[in-house]
Write a protein that binds this ligand. Structure first.
Ligand SMILES: *Cc1c(COP(=O)(O)O)cnc(C)c1O
Length: 449
């Protein structure tokens, strides 16, 4: 029984559940999508909140430029490039047997400085916000100060009396740990069993306490939360419900808007923008999608991608039971090579906040992520980690779907010809060379040539 209902009854009410259990690649286009001006009110956060986060990141920019030289060129702003990937577009069209008329772009959060993944947005932002709150309250920082004064022994000693803790499959821990340690905080990262050794090693090299668990992400988060709550000097970064993380991610949208404008890429009803976002617990893609809907409204179409072994957001939104259900409840194992996506229970906050704003959800097998990883390296010379490929089949899923989604949304052939498809590449630049070689070899073997 799952929530007092038999599995057979669940499958009768929600036919796609059988496909999810069978680990079949599945797409589901959201029939409850509503106009952005209406549905944005569900979120409980506003454009002013995102502007506040953006201004905070601006205040910290002089500090970041100073302590992380990789951000100096951008003046301490942590941002990634967009890149057109026309050869990959051709490769995808051939692989999936669909004509892809619009342009295909990659958003390279894989190459974000400091931690090499999308977590360099939300994770770092929440640490900075917490640091600012403490320093302002203690009276030795003012909003109009030059924040590079935080790079001092006095500041590090101050933050050293405070702790920051987080539960993570790896990348969030990396971002929170590195940023916290740099400011002087005592940082603890509670890592699930699937976290890579190199991420644990890197954190320990930064002086971060790494606590390892033999179980999955939910347990690491629950344990971390429990230990943190017992200590009032400890701030727990709650990946399952943090609005701070969410807003840190949302700032990506205004940056993307400028990047698209610089490429003369129009986004409006006649020129739709499709954004494909790999989803774990949901905060990263949810925050980015929220920011995008605030700016582009109904002209942007956000679609979440999950591993076939961890379809927690699809399951939660599709059944309307959100964080009341986990993939394990349905016998799905939550075992995937996609770092950051091995999450069995989605964020209830994000699922509910965004349920009328997202166009759809789909799953992708680990084998397909590896194949696309090799295909992208061959066609464009870009190297990503497996999870970052989850968004890659998205355009083909949209263009080949037969659920009536395109008609319902007014996505005519003429509009689709003028569309821009953007794949959010969420990680990969810090993967050690030997591991990347193994990923590429695995993908090449699957491609069979
Ligand atoms: C964390 C992560 C995601 C998804 O972010 P969530 O906030 O967990 O949904 C996607 N890709 C990578 C590489 C990640 O590390």
């Amino acid at each position: 029984m799952i929530l007092n209902k038999t599995l057979a009854a669940w499958c009768a009410d929600y036919p796609l559940i059988a496909d999810l259990i069978a680990l079949k690649e599945t797409s589901w286009f959201n029939p409850a999508i509503a106009p952005a001006r209406e549905a944005l009110a569900d979120v409980g956060l506003t454009a002013a909140d995102v502007a506040d986060a953006s201004a905070r990141l601006q205040r910290f920019a002089p500090y970041l430029a100073r302590v992380f030289p990789a951000t100096a060129a951008s003046g301490g702003i942590i941002e990634s490039d967009i890149q057109a990937i026309p050869q990959m577009r051709a490769a995808l069209a051939e692989r999936y047997g669909v004509a892809i008329d619009g342009a295909l772009w990659l958003k390279k959060d894989s190459h974000l400085p400091i931690s090499g993944s999308i977590k360099a947005r939300g994770g770092i932002y929440e640490v900075l916000q917490h640091a600012e709150t403490l320093a302002l309250a203690a009276g030795w920082l003012r909003l109009d100060d030059d924040y590079s004064k935080l790079d001092s022994d006095a500041a590090r000693a101050f933050f050293g009396a405070h702790q920051i803790a987080v539960g993570s499959t790896g990348n969030l821990g990396l971002s929170i740990g590195i940023m916290s340690a740099q400011l002087g905080f005592q940082a603890s990262v509670h890592m699930s069993a699937d976290a890579r050794q190199w991420k644990k090693d890197k954190l320990r090299a930064h002086g971060v306490r790494v606590v390892e668990y033999a179980s999955d992400y939910s347990v690491a988060v629950a344990e971390g939360r429990k230990q943190a709550l017992a200590d009032p000097s400890c701030h727990f970064v709650d990946d399952e419900s943090s609005t701070s993380l969410f807003l840190g991610y949302a700032v990506a949208a205004e940056r993307l808007q400028r990047q698209l404008a610089a490429q003369a890429i129009a986004v409006d009803a006649e020129h739709p923008l499709f954004v494909y976002l790999p989803c774990g617990v949901g905060g990263g893609p949810g925050g980015v999608a929220f920011g995008l809907k605030l700016i582009f409204g109904d002209a942007v179409h956000c679609i979440f991608a999950e591993p076939t072994h961890s379809p927690c957001m699809l399951l939660g939104v599709y059944t309307g039971r959100h964080d009341e259900v986990s993939v394990q409840d349905f016998g799905i194992d939550n075992v995937t090579a996609a770092d950051g996506l091995a999450v069995g229970r989605a964020s209830g906050f994000v699922g509910k906040a965004m349920q009328r704003l997202l166009d759809g959800y789909y799953t992708i097998s680990d084998e397909e992520m590896y194949s696309l990883l090799a295909l992208l390296e061959r066609s464009e010379g870009v190297r990503l980690e497996p999870s970052a490929l989850a968004g890659m089949p998205g355009c083909a899923r949209v263009l080949a779907e037969a659920q009536g989604y395109r008609e319902r949304m007014g996505l005519t052939a003429a509009r689709l010809e003028r569309a821009t498809h953007l794949v959010w590449a969420t990680g990969g630049s810090m993967v050690p060379e030997a591991e990347m070689a193994a990923y590429l070899a695995r993908g090449a073997a699957l491609l069979g040539n």
